[in-house]
Design a protein around this ligand. Sequence first.
Ligand SMILES: [Zn+2]
Length: 185
Amino acid sequence: MSEHNIPEDFYSFETKAPFERCIECEKYLLNDETEYIIEKAVKNYEGYEAKDVVFDYAICMNCAERMRKEISKESWEKMMQYFQENMNVQTQLDLRENGPEENLRKCMIKKTGIDDCREYQIYAHCKGGKLNMDNPPYMISGEVMEELLPLLSDKTIDEMNGFMNKHFSPDPSLMEPTPPRLILV
Ligand SMILES: [Zn+2]
């Protein structure tokens, strides 16, 4: 499988360079064998070029796994079911066949183009300074996030909000009309 460097889309908004540390435990991430996830939430403004990064972070696999265990089993199963029902085999093949750039241009589920999404989130599974293409990067639109939210238990939403409040103090105007949501995949 071909190797891909981490696209700039996944660089830290703050440093404009690749993430170096896990947001939870500060583990150094750019060693060749270290695996981690990057998540970034972006807001578009209709008719404007400007985009706002609502939040972005990298998290090592140990911390991601620990947080995943805190999500209720029921919420987790419902989310997995949603993805199973809304993603066909072709979508999964396309994610692997298309390069990372192509994957980030439209919503994995709704196929909405990136410029037509009011908000969206992108995810990458990385290993050191490279993408792990066994689990290719993808984008989901705000529409999908809105469909996922009712599937989650109050406990899960509390966990996610706790994580957000611990690490970010987003500009309140970015939280309108709907707050960003964290989805660990
Ligand atoms: Zn960590």
